[in-house]
Design a protein around this ligand. Structure first.
Ligand code: GLU
Length: 495
C-alpha cells in the first residue's frame, strides 16, 4: 500500500438483485477500505444493455445500504472521477479506442457472427480451443471498402501480442501466469459502439485510481485480458485479489437450489444485517483466532487479505442460521420487536400494530428470541398467544381433557386464577401449587390439562411464562372454550 490511500470498488452489473457472491465481494472491498481509512467506490457496469435495468440498480443499492456497505464515492454519491455509470462514459472509452487503433494495438473487425461461428466450429472439430484467427488484422483497403459498402459495422479487437507472459501477482492466489498465445484477439468494442466488460473495467479501474481489485475467483480468467489493456494503454495495474469461489454444500456452483441467493430474500425473511455480514465475511476469510461471531466493527478491525483462503467457500444455510441466531440473541426487546413486526403483520397474526398493546407485544415477541434463527420464524413461535380459539393439536391432547379429573382441575384453576392476587410468574407458581394441593393429584395430572386447555398443545413454553402473558380474561375464555369443545365431543358432536 506504500502509503497510498486504498481505493477499492464494487462494480456490479445491474442485471438482477444483489446476490450473495456480489455482497461478499462488496463486503471484502468495504472492509479493506474501512480498515485502512481508504475509499469504497460504487461503479455501475451497465454495458449489457439488454439485461441491465434501473430496477436492478436500485435493488442493488438498497441491498448495499441495508447491509451498511455504504460508499464514499460513486453512483449517487459523486466524486472526482464521475460519471460512475459505464453507459455515461462511452466517450471516455472512445478516446482510448482511437489511441489503440491509431497505434496499431487494436483493429476493426468486420467478421459476421456467422463467419465467427464457422471458425469456432472448425476449431472444435480439429479438437482445438476456439480462438479468433486474426483474419481482420491486416485488411486491405479494397476489402474494407467492400465491407463498408455492404453496410457491415465493425467491432474493435485488441491485438494480442504473441509470445508474452502475463503474470498476475494475486494477493490471494499468489503468482498466476498466463501465456498470451492462449488468448485470441478479443473484442473491446462491439459493433454497436458499446465496450465489453474486460475493456471498460480496465480503463475505469485505471482512471478511477483503484488500488485493489477484490472480486470472485470466477474473474481470474478475465484478468490477463485486462492486464493486456493496461499494458497497451500504459496504465499501471492495480493489485488483484481473487477471493474464493462460493459453492453449495454439495460442492457444485452456488445456485437457487442451495437456498435463497439474493440479499433481499434474506432481508425479507428477517435476517439481521449483522448476521448476514458476519456469515459473508467467513466465506473466504479465515479469522485469525478460532472465533466465528463478529460485529461489523470487529470485522473491520480483524479483516485482512492475508487471511483469505484459496480453497472454495461452502455456502451452508445452517451456519448462516446459527450465526444469525447469535446476533438475534444480542438484541434488546425493542430491537427484536422491530425486526419481528413486519413478519407479524405479514403473517396475519397481527392485523395492524394497534390491534394489541405494544407493551404486551414486546413481551410476547421477546419469548421467541432464544428460539429463532430469523424473524420469519417468530409468528409460528408465538401464535399461541394470539388465538383464544384453537384446535387441539392431536387426539392425544384431546384425550388429556377427556380424563376423569380434568374438568375438576380446570374448574378449580379458574377459581384460583380469578382469586389470585396477581398473575406474575411467582403468582402463577402459587396458583399451580395450590391447584396440585387441593386436587390431591400428581403434578402432571394438573399441569397437562391446564396446558392443553389454554393452548391446545401438549408442549410449549413454561406455564409460568404463558399464563402471565395471557392474563385473566383470556385464560378464562380459553378454559371455557376448551371445555365446551370437549363436552360437544362427548355429546357426539363432530367438529
Ligand atoms: N461487472 C462485473 C460483475 O458484476 C464486475 C467484475 C469485477 O469486479 O471486475 O461481475
Amino acid at each position: 500500500m506504500e502509503g497510498k490511500q486504498v481505493r477499492v470498488r464494487f462494480a456490479p452489473s445491474p442485471t438482477g438483485p444483489l446476490h450473495i457472491g456480489g455482497a461478499r465481494s462488496a463486503l471484502f472491498n468495504w472492509l479493506l477500505a474501512k480498515k485502512t481509512g481508504g475509499k469504497f467506490i460504487l461503479r455501475i457496469e451497465d454495458t449489457d444493455l439488454e439485461r441491465s435495468s434501473a430496477e436492478s440498480e436500485e435493488g442493488i443499492k438498497d441491498a448495499l445500504r441495508w447491509l451498511g456497505l455504504t460508499w464514499d464515492e460513486g453512483i449517487d454519491a459523486g466524486g472526482e472521477y464521475a460519471p460512475y455509470r459505464q453507459t455515461e462514459r462511452i466517450k471516455v472509452y472512445e478516446e482510448y479506442t482511437r489511441k489503440l487503433v491509431g497505434s496499431g494495438q487494436a483493429y476493426h473487425c468486420f467478421c459476421s457472427d456467422e463467419e465467427l461461428n464457422q471458425e469456432r466450429q472448425a476449431a472444435l472439430v480439429k479438437g482445438q480451443a476456439p480462438k479468433y484467427s486474426g483474419k481482420c488484422r491486416r485488411l486491405d483497403a479494397a476489402r474494407r471498402d467492400l465491407y463498408e459498402k455492404e453496410g457491415r459495422k465493425p467491432a474493435v479487437r485488441f491485438l494480442v501480442p504473441p509470445d508474452q507472459t502475463i503474470v498476475i501477482d494475486d494477493l490471494v492466489r499468489g503468482e498466476v501466469v498466463f501465456d498470451s498465445n492462449g488468448i485470441g484477439d478479443f473484442i473491446i468494442v462491439k459493433s454497436d459502439g458499446i465496450p465489453t466488460y474486460n475493456y471498460a473495467v480496465a480503463i475505469d479501474d485505471a482512471l478511477m485510481a483503484i488500488t485493489h481489485v477484490i472480486r470472485g475467483e470466477e474473474h481470474l480468467s478475465n484478468t490477463p485480458r485486462q492486464a493486456l489493456v493496461y499494458r497497451g494503454l500504459g496504465f499501471t495495474p492495480p493489485k488483484f485479489a481473487h477471493i474464493s469461489l462460493i459453492l453449495g454444500k454439495d460442492r457444485s456452483k452456488m445456485s437457487k437450489r442451495h437456498g435463497a441467493t439474493s440479499v433481499e430474500l434474506y432481508r425479507r425473511q428477517g435476517y439481521l444485517r449483522e448476521g448476514l455480514l458476519n456469515f459473508l465475511a467467513l466465506l473466504g476469510w479465515a479469522p485469525p483466532a478460532e472465533r466465528e461471531i463478529f460485529t461489523a466493527a470487529e470485522l473491520v478491525e480483524q479483516f485482512s487479505l492475508a487471511h483469505c483462503a484459496k480453497s472454495p467457500a461452502i455456502f451452508d444455510p445452517e451456519k448462516l442460521n446459527w450465526i444469525n441466531a447469535q446476533h438475534i440473541r444480542k438484541l434488546s426487546d425493542e430491537e427484536f420487536y422491530a425486526l419481528a413486526l413486519p413478519q407479524l403483520l405479514g403473517s396475519g397474526l397481527l392485523p395492524n400494530e394497534e390491534t394489541r398493546e405494544k407493551s404486551w407485544l414486546l413481551k410476547v415477541v421477546a419469548t421467541a428470541r432464544e428460539h429463532v434463527s430469523y424473524a420469519a420464524q417468530v409468528p409460528e413461535h408465538i401464535r399461541l398467544y394470539f388465538e383464544d380459539e384453537f384446535d387441539f393439536e392431536s387426539e392425544e391432547a384431546k384425550a388429556v381433557l377427556m380424563e376423569e379429573d380434568a374438568g375438576k382441575v380446570l374448574s378449580s384453576f379458574k377459581l384460583l386464577v380469578n382469586a389470585a392476587k396477581d398473575l406474575t410468574p411467582s403468582g402463577v407458581q402459587t396458583v399451580l401449587k395450590e391447584l396440585v394441593k387441593s386436587s390431591g393429584l400428581p403434578g402432571k395430572k394438573v399441569y397437562m390439562p391446564v396446558r392443553v386447555a389454554i393452548t391446545g398443545r401438549m408442549h410449549g413454553p413454561e406455564l409460568t411464562q404463558i399464563i402471565p402473558l395471557l392474563g385473566r380474561p383470556a385464560l378464562i375464555k380459553r378454559v371455557d372454550y376448551s371445555l365446551s369443545k370437549i363436552s360437544a365431543e362427548r355429546a357426539g358432536g363432530t367438529e
